[in-house]
Design a protein around this ligand. Structure first.
Ligand SMILES: [Zn+2]
Length: 345
């Protein structure tokens, strides 16, 4: 069976790998669509010191179920949460399942094949049925849940002005959700080289586009002088900029994992103190909100199909991903489209 592997710097390989049988509580998912995540890109660029399988934003069909699986059966169309909470954990029992970060996880398993593969083994409790949602949309449920968590973290109120920093697929989904949440004016900020992102931000409802390599955000003439909410999907080093754009009482919602020095962020504590700002972290461990996101897609309130700029079958994934990571001008999201099933081997 075929599965993709990656290693820094930017090496991809299609391998022939075995897939074990599903154990108790596990299922085999035949992958029909898998998105390439910004985190996969970080791994490929510099974080993966050894070859590893990848792909955690996927949808597919349950092909085989292990013992003691009750929530899905063979033939069900599903998307897969990267992790979930343990309902017996103290945080869950205290009413905050979102704070249980130690529940069952797809990411912590030892895989021979992850989402960028013909098939992968998944704990059944992470499978969410997606009904008639097209596979290439259903594979966005994982990052969309991340965007939804960011929106809840930012606590946008009707009439707030919102600055979205970073117009990758999470930023562009969050932008649409901010619009639906009642934002008055949306400012979308990113560097200027990728025109596709900027145009899509406009199409998704941004009122003003700010190219941060051409315009200094700290002196940008926001209509109210500042914004009530900032959604930061750019690297941690930009949190300082976000605190300067936020007005008094503002909330800066941040997500994104970084490594080494890139993870360090500095900001002026006086800015935060004097403006009574809150810097809030969003972290989608456990993954949540898939049912809500399915509803948002089905209702047309969040569109993901226009985010897909690159598609390819698994057999062409090395070429397809290489083209995607080298495309500085139009790349937003690469999605591998599965072409069915072959024998496990
Ligand atoms: Zn992801």
């Amino acid at each position: 069976m075929k599965a993709m592997y990656l290693k820094a710097p930017l090496q991809f390989e299609l391998r022939d790998v075995p897939l074990r049988a599903p154990e108790n509580g596990e299922v085999v998912v035949s992958v029909r669509a898998c998105g390439f995540c910004g985190h996969d890109l970080i791994l490929a660029r510099y974080a993966a010191e050894d070859w590893q399988p990848f792909g955690h934003e996927f949808s597919g069909v349950v092909e085989e179920v292990g013992a003691d699986v009750t929530n899905v059966r063979a033939g069900d169309r599903v998307a897969v949460e990267t992790s979930t909470f343990n309902f017996l954990s103290d945080p869950a029992r205290n009413g905050r399942p979102d704070l249980d970060t130690k529940g069952p996880s797809y990411m912590d398993m030892r895989h021979t094949a992850m989402g960028f593969a013909e098939r992968t083994i998944v704990p059944a409790c992470l499978c969410v049925k997606t009904g008639g949602l097209p596979f290439e949309q259903a594979c966005f449920l994982e990052p969309m849940g991340v965007a939804y968590d960011l929106i809840l973290t930012a606590d946008i109120h009707l009439g707030d002005d919102v600055l979205v920093m970073g117009l990758g697929s999470i930023g562009l989904m969050a932008l649409q959700m901010a619009r639906r949440s009642g934002a008055r004016r949306i400012y979308a900020a990113d560097r200027s080289h990728n025109k596709a992102k900027l145009e899509l931000a406009k199409a998704y409802g941004a009122d003003e586009i700010i190219c941060t390599d051409e315009t200094d955000l700290t002196v940008y003439p926001f209509e109210r002088g500042s914004v009530e909410r900032v959604l930061v999907t750019t690297p941690p080093g930009t949190i300082d900029l976000a605190t300067r754009a936020a007005g008094i009482g503002g909330i800066v919602a941040f997500l994104g994992i970084s490594y080494g020095e890139q993870a360090m962020a500095a900001f002026d504590s006086n800015v935060v103190h004097l403006k009574k700002l809150q810097i809030r972290a969003s972290n989608a461990i456990p993954a949540l909100y898939f049912p809500r996101c399915i509803d948002l897609m089905n209702a047309g309130q969040v569109d993901v199909s226009r985010l897909i700029t690159h598609t390819f079958p698994l057999d062409d994934a090395v070429k397809g991903l290489t083209a995607f990571v080298n495309d500085k001008h139009t790349a937003i999201k690469a999605v591998m489209i599965g072409d069915g099933v072959s024998a496990r081997g």
